[in-house]
Design a protein around this ligand. Structure first.
Ligand SMILES: Cc1cc2nc3c(=O)[nH]c(=O)nc-3n(C[C@H](O)[C@H](O)[C@H](O)COP(=O)(O)OP(=O)(O)OC[C@H]3O[C@@H](n4cnc5c(N)ncnc54)[C@H](O)[C@@H]3O)c2cc1C
Length: 369
């Protein structure tokens, strides 16, 4: 019997397309990590498979793919190459805002293969990325921004940035085409998700054009980034569990003649990892199910799913390091990359601490859950 969270029949072709691409993404993931290179071929392949427009609303020429299918695709891509999944989530999230709430030209740009990036986080704003501190001043044709945004995944290949700033003391979102006023500062020599090349951007007198404003009625309505991020951690956790299982089945414990996987502590932790991963996935599927029904509870549900998925990914990746021993500590082992990549989800907004703070406060004050 199908799960109530199964991907709708019409969207299974999109999931199949992602499944076909995954082996080639996985084959290049170590190289992109080691050399900190952008997985441009992977992103181009996702576009060529029709998956960029699939996620856009039908009234703007997209396929209106379900969130349930999007989650499944992000899981598959995130397991194969998490840097690709991260950049693609940000690309789709920025495109969704501009295609849905900006001028029609953004749908044409996305269809043509142009690239989008999210430039929302401010150096002094951290997790408060939806509440910018930087003001844009009125100017001919719109507003001018002098400021900076940090950790903009995939910015070096982006044609359009989704940027927010205070306009008349209220957060406002704009599409900004790449031009000479946008300077890239190469800060991204990171511990994990190295292929995302999430650099700092300086905006020097950049014009936020009035006609490129995204008139979002409700920035807290279902959106690809809030709903998609749990899946990035689920993909990484699955990759980590597979890698440690391979090692545990083949590595013989010196002096015993038996594989690492025959030890009871490994079997106990493997069982816990498996069940926690199932639970994380079910929470994330529930959030997608609510989003597909436009239920306002979908973003709180996604926050619960993100909190759990981020923590489970870190736990399983750490278990992998214990199972791998010295072999897993070597750069030649996938175990160490999964461990480094698993840290990122918990840092990305809303961080694990912020999620715990918001969920816990709601519980104690009787306003949440
Ligand atoms: C791999 C990666 C890719 C990213 N890609 C993008 C992107 O494409 N576009 C973009 O705009 N941003 C991006 N970001 C930024 C990201 O989403 C966060 O906004 C940013 O990492 C948070 O800021 P900070 O790291 O400076 O942490 P801070 O907010 O300074 O937090 C520091 C510490 O304080 C804790 N903390 C902060 N506030 C609270 C609170 N209220 N309660 C309890 N604890 C709190 C945090 O959990 C953390 O432990 C990316 C980040 C990463 C790591």
């Amino acid at each position: 019997m199908d799960s109530p969270f199964a991907v709708p029949g019409n969207d299974r072709r999109f999931v199949a397309a992602a499944r076909d691409l995954a082996p080639q993404f996985a084959a290049r993931a170590d190289a992109h990590d080691h050399e900190a290179t952008l997985p441009v071929d992977n992103l181009t392949a996702l576009h060529a498979a029709g998956l960029d427009m699939a996620a856009m609303p039908e009234e703007r020429g997209g396929s209106g793919m379900s969130y349930q299918a999007l989650g499944e695709i992000l899981r598959i891509v995130g397991k194969a190459c998490p840097a690709t999944a991260c950049i693609w989530t940000m690309h789709l999230g920025a495109a969704q805002a501009l295609v849905s709430f900006g001028p029609p030209r953004y749908a044409d740009a996305l269809r043509a293969g142009e690239r989008f990036a999210n430039a929302l986080s401010e150096p002094s704003g951290g997790n408060r990325f939806l509440m910018p501190l930087q003001h844009a001043e009125p100017a001919d044709g719109g507003y001018v921004l002098d400021g900076a945004k940090r950790f903009v995944s995939g910015c070096e290949i982006a044609d359009h940035f989704l940027v927010n700033a205070l306009v008349d003391d209220v957060p406002a979102f704009f599409g900004v085409d790449r031009d000479d006023s946008v300077e890239m500062v190469p800060i991204w020599d990171s511990m994990g998700l190295r292929g995302t090349r999430s650099q700092l951007l300086n905006f020097r007198g950049t014009l936020l054009r009035a006609e490129n404003r995204a008139h979002m009625v409700d920035p807290l309505a279902p959106n690809i980034i809030g709903l998609g991020l749990p899946w990035l951690s689920i993909g990484i956790a699955e990759a980590a569990l597979d890698a440690l299982t391979d090692h545990a089945r083949t590595r013989i414990v010196p002096g015993t003649g038996a594989p690492v996987g025959a030890m009871q502590w490994v079997q106990f932790d493997a069982a816990d990892s498996h069940v926690k991963l199932l639970a994380a996935r079910t929470l994330a599927e529930r959030a997608m199910w609510l989003a597909d029904r436009k239920d306002p509870g979908c973003l709180p549900a996604a926050m619960e799913a993100k909190l759990y998925a981020n923590q489970v990914a870190k736990e399983i990746a750490e278990f992998g390091l214990r199972v791998g021993g010295g072999s897993g500590f070597l750069r030649t082992s996938p175990i160490q990359r999964h461990f480094r990549d698993a840290q990122a989800g918990a840092l990305m907004a809303f961080s694990v601490e912020v999620c715990r703070d918001m969920i816990g406060k709601g519980l104690m004050e009787g306003t949440g859950a």
